[in-house]
Ligand binder design. Structure first.
Ligand SMILES: *[C@@H]1O[C@H](CO)[C@@H](O)[C@H](O)[C@H]1NC(C)=O
Ligand SMILES: *[C@@H]1O[C@H](CO)[C@@H](O)[C@H](O)[C@H]1NC(C)=O
Length: 984
């Protein structure tokens, strides 16, 4: 052996010399390649420090590997945060033994010339994924040895050169998804690539039929075609793919049944075909015993959930909502597996709830809404400590709720509404330290509300309407500082309304109608500055109406059918509330009050009138709100007369009203003209409308094209077409989201108006503009730390509500300072839901790369499923803006560096966080407080989504970060010239 090897040595040396003479130095191509990377980028400097003339053999360069001949075989610089443009691939393609180029997950941009990879004929592995290239993808046809190709989320657009893949018969791994390619049919060229085990073509504008011969790719283990515009049926040949463990075909327009033979896919673990138009039953899935995640929601499946699912030992997540399923759920469901999530809402399911779903203590979300389940909540659920959400409303469930349910430590949402449950809510509820929503409406619950309810301190909504509860409202209710909604109407509550209700500072809706409450209306309610709805009708309340109620900005007030006496306070004696006092024989009021006797003029209470008058202006605003509502309804009927004055074509209008508010058609339509343009958002122009009575509204005219300003929207145009031409998805998203959302920190949508060619959304007008303007533009104001802190907390609460407080979580997907608007008191509202998605709670989110540069979470670049944590990242960026006063992207940060990386680099260099605080905040203790918030921001912008806090935790952390004790906010205007309509 030894002898033989020696005898080869001269030959090897000769070969090396020969290669050297043929190919020359390998250093030069590498240096040429290096020169395209930017010197200003710290990461580049780090990585390329070793790439130096003559310093060492190129084989020792960072990221370079050589083969046994000492020739460069691999360049792997994956995920190094590198920035560079127009990389000279032709240079490295002259390296004769190069087999691998891996540059994925960096910030590379510029074009890649079509022929620049031509000479990379030895390449086996090419990864350029998750970068920001522009232009078309390069020709790949000469890369005959390629087995691994990842070009997903590269940014390449135009027509993809599918043909150039045709002869790359060694390809085993192919990932081209998440690119804004031109729409086109499924590239049948692929069907020859029979070594493929991985095919990722999600979200890249594929149209037409699901390829019939997909079964040719018999080695496939992962097939992802989601977020395209595929139609037609799933072909039978798919049954050949016996190695398949993941099949993702959600968000297409697929029809027909799961084909015969689908049941052969016995290795399938993850199957997601949700949001298609599939029909037929689920019987083909009976033998897929390895299923871990099955997502078929929003289809038209019929028949029963197969009994066999009850035996599946790996089933963790089952989502079948909005189908037409019937029969009973398998009673053993979840008892074998660590099931953590089930949503079978909106079907026609019957029978009992499977008792073993919590057996392995992994269950977090049980959603069975809108079916016809019977029986009770299984006793075993009382120990389900992992449970976050239990939502079983609109079924035929009955019996007594197991006591432990009320006090589950992690439960956030109990929704048992519209069933036939009975018995009490027990004192265990004091242990429900995570509970935010308690929805028991329309059941047969009875007994008193326990005092302990006040210990469930995160309670946001208590809705007990239409039950048989009795006794008093616990005095301790005042401890619930987050409570925003309390509905106790149609019960048998009695006693006085506790004065402490006035301490529930967040409350916006109180409905205590149809009970037996007695004594006076507590004056403390007048201090609830967020109160919007107050209904105390049909009780036995007595005494005078407290004058303090005059200061509320109510859109609904109903005190009818009580025993109130005396004079209706002057400011409540208005048209908007004319029916609010009927059925109180002891009351008197002004002329226009319905069924209320006229007061004799001598009894004016001069003691109160002085300060009341000071409130006149805000009350007038409240009144207008109601006047407007009448008009909004009228709008539907009235046809526009003068066509030519403005650009909006007149046709039949369709209006939806979401608040007790409105206006006339003329008011809105006439205002859509350039003089009134106040802004251009990502999804439309915004106009300011001033009604004749002075009330201000903001009207958004949604573009029906894909124009998108400064945003990066990679939504395939195929997907746009699917949604219909006249209404943009942005419009639909906005209406769907805002019409169902009510929160003080979320912008109010009053109504929507659609016609054949116009989509208008009418919002409350927020006079102080956007946080972006107030921080970064010539409308900048000198914001002290306390105001910034208040804005941070308010905006965080708005997002928390969207993520955790709605029926289905809402992911905003474009959180940024320009989408946080400020009202007259500088309170923030989350706005612009053009990109928002509502989805299954806590589930994964389908992936469309969207958002605004500087705010986009890094996972958008590398994963195909996005969740709430991406909003948390963007919110972290907003916090950084508030603390540092800087923009998310600034030249000073260096190219391809944003505020997050800038802050991170400062931390790496052990600079003190306090030094990063905006220099306009000068007080040392406030700088210290601000740096604490910066720490929260850093936590929010962690690269790994799972490590970011939830918005609920963010709110808690912010509140613990030594809140400013400010009562009034004073703002010094600075840099604003006061000129009406002034824009930067
Ligand atoms: C290059 O790397 C080899 C192997 O790791 C090492 O033995 C050698 O010392 C390095 N040369 C230089 C100049 O760093
Ligand atoms: C490929 O290599 C040949 C021979 O060295 C050279 O002439 C040609 O310019 C190269 N092509 C590209 C696109 O780099």
């Amino acid at each position: 052996m030894l002898v033989r090897r020696r005898s080869w040595r001269p030959f090897i040396i000769f070969t090396l010399l020969f290669l050297y003479s043929v190919y020359g130095d390998e250093l030069q191509p590498l240096l040429k390649f290096k020169s395209a990377f930017e010197n200003s980028n710290a990461a580049n400097v780090d990585v390329f420090r070793s790439w130096d003339v003559g310093a060492k053999p190129v084989c020792n360069f960072t990221g370079i590997k050589c083969n046994s001949n000492g020739l460069v075989s691999e360049i792997d610089l994956t995920g190094r945060k590198l920035a560079g443009t127009d990389l000279p691939f032709d240079a490295i393609c002259s390296l004769p033994s190069l087999q691998k180029i891996a540059l994925g997950n960096n910030s590379l941009h510029g074009a890649v010339a079509d022929n620049s990879l031509k000479n990379c004929t030895r390449l086996q592995y090419l990864d350029l994924g998750a970068n920001s290239f522009t232009g078309k993808a390069p020709d790949l046809s000469s890369l005959r040895e390629l087995s691994y190709l990842n070009l997903s989320a590269t940014g390449f657009s135009g027509t993809f050169p599918w043909k150039s893949l045709e002869n790359l018969t060694n390809l085993a791994f192919l990932s081209l998804g998440d690119n804004p390619f031109d729409p086109g049919p499924f590239p049948t060229e692929f069907l020859k690539l029979d070594k493929l085990y991985w095919l990722y073509l999600s979200n890249c504008s594929i149209t037409g039929k699901f390829p019939t011969d997909i079964g040719n790719l018999s080695l496939l283990e992962n097939l992802e075609l989601s977020d395209n515009d595929l139609s037609g049926e799933i072909p039978e040949s798919i049954g050949n793919l016996e190695n398949l463990w993941q099949l993702e075909i959600y968000n297409n327009s697929l029809t027909g049944k799961l084909p015969n033979g689908f049941g052969n896919l016995t290795n399938l673990k993850n199957f997601d075909a949700s949001h298609n138009m599939l029909e037929g039953d689920l019987s083909e899935l009976r033998f897929l015993t390895k299923l871990a995640s099955l997502q078929l929601f929003e289809n038209q499946f019929v028949g029963e959930v197969p009994e066999e699912f009850g035996e599946f030992q790996n089933l963790v997540s089952l989502s079948l909502y909005t189908n037409k399923l019937t029969g009973e759920l398998p009673q053993k469901l979840g008892s074998w597996s660590g099931m953590s999530y089930i949503d079978v809402s909106e079907n026609f399911l019957t029978g009992p709830i499977p008792p073993g779903m919590c057996k392995n203590n992994k269950m977090t979300k049980i959603l069975l809404l809108q079916n016809n389940f019977t029986g009770g909540i299984p006793e075993s659920y009382a120990n389900c400590e992992s449970l976050n959400r239990l939502r079983v409303s609109q079924n035929s469930l009955s019996g007594i709720v197991p006591v432990g349910i009320w006090g589950l430590p992690n439960i956030q949402h109990i929704d048992l509404s519209s069933n036939r449950f009975e018995g009490p809510v027990t004192m265990d509820i004091g242990k429900a330290k995570s509970l935010a929503q308690l929805l028991l409406v329309d059941n047969r619950f009875s007994g008193e509300l326990p005092d302990e309810i006040s210990e469930a301190s995160l309670l946001d909504s208590i809705q007990l309407s239409s039950n048989q509860f009795s006794g008093k409202i616990p005095e301790a209710i005042g401890k619930l500082k987050r409570l925003s909604t309390i509905y106790l109407d149609e019960n048998q509550f009695s006693g006085s309304i506790p004065n402490s209700l006035g301490s529930c500072v967040s409350i916006s809706q109180i409905n205590l109608a149809h009970n037996s409450f007695t004594e006076k209306i507590p004056g403390s309610l007048g201090s609830l500055s967020n109160l919007n709805l107050l209904n105390l009708s049909d009780n036995q309340l007595s005494g005078e109406i407290p004058a303090s109620l005059s200061s509320l900005k109510l859109s609904l007030l109903d005190l009818s059918n009580n025993r109130l006496i005396g004079r209706i306070p002057e400011l409540l004696s208005i048209g908007a509330f004319k029916a609010s006092f009927t059925g109180n024989p002891g009351l008197c009021g002004g002329q226009n009050m319905e069924n209320v006797r006229l007061c004799s003029s001598s009894s004016t209470n001069s003691g109160n009138s002085g300060w009341i008058r000071t409130l006149i202006s805000c009350l007038i605003a409240g009144t207008l709100v109601l006047l407007v509502s009448l008009a909004c309804i009228l709008l539907v009927k009235i046809r526009k007369t003068d066509d030519h004055k403005h650009p909006l074509k007149q046709s039949s209008w369709n209006m939806k009203l979401f608040h007790v508010l409105s206006f006339t058609e003329k008011d809105i339509i006439d205002a859509i003209k350039s003089e009134n343009l106040i802004g251009k958002g990502g999804s439309g122009n915004v106009y300011k409308v001033v009604l004749n009575d002075g009330k201000e509204l903001a009207v958004k005219h949604i573009w029906s094209t894909t124009e998108s300003g400064d945003r990066k929207i990679y939504r395939s145009s195929a997907a746009m077409l699917k949604r219909g031409k006249s209404r943009s998805p942005q419009y639909d998203a906005e209406v769907a989201t805002l019409s169902s959302v009510r929160h003080v920190n979320v912008v109010k949508l009053y109504c929507s108006i659609t016609s054949e060619d116009s989509n208008l959304l009418v919002y409350e007008y927020l006079p102080n503009g956007s946080l972006w303007d107030r921080l970064h533009t010539c409308k900048k104001i000198d914001m002290g730390w306390c105001l910034r802190y208040e804005i941070a907390v308010g905006a965080a609460k708005g997002l928390e509500y969207l993520h955790h407080g709605c029926d289905r979580a809402v992911i905003h997907r474009d959180v940024k300072s320009s989408n946080i608007l400020l009202d007259e008191n500088w309170k923030p509202r989350i706005a612009d839901f053009g990109l928002a998605k509502m989805g299954q709670v806590g589930g994964d989110w389908t992936h469309v790369i969207a958002g605004t540069l500087g705010y986009i979470a890094p996972e958008y670049a590398y994963t195909y499923k996005i969740n709430e944590k991406s909003d948390v990242y963007s919110f972290g960026v907003v916090l950084m803006e508030l603390v540092t006063g800087r923009r998310p992207v600034e030249a000073e940060f260096g190219e391809n560096k944003d505020i997050v990386k800038w802050v991170q680099s400062k931390i790496k260099r052990k600079e003190s966080l306090v030094d990063l605080v905006d220099s306009s905040i000068s007080e040392a203790d406030l700088r210290e407080d601000a740096s604490k918030v910066l720490r929260i921001a850093i936590h929010c912008t962690t690269d790994i989504p799972a490590l970011r806090p939830s918005m609920r935790m963010v709110v808690q952390m912010l509140e613990e970060a030594e809140p400013c004790m400010l009562t009034t906010i004073t703002v010094t205007k600075d840099g604003e010239n006061g000129h009406e309509g002034f824009r930067c």
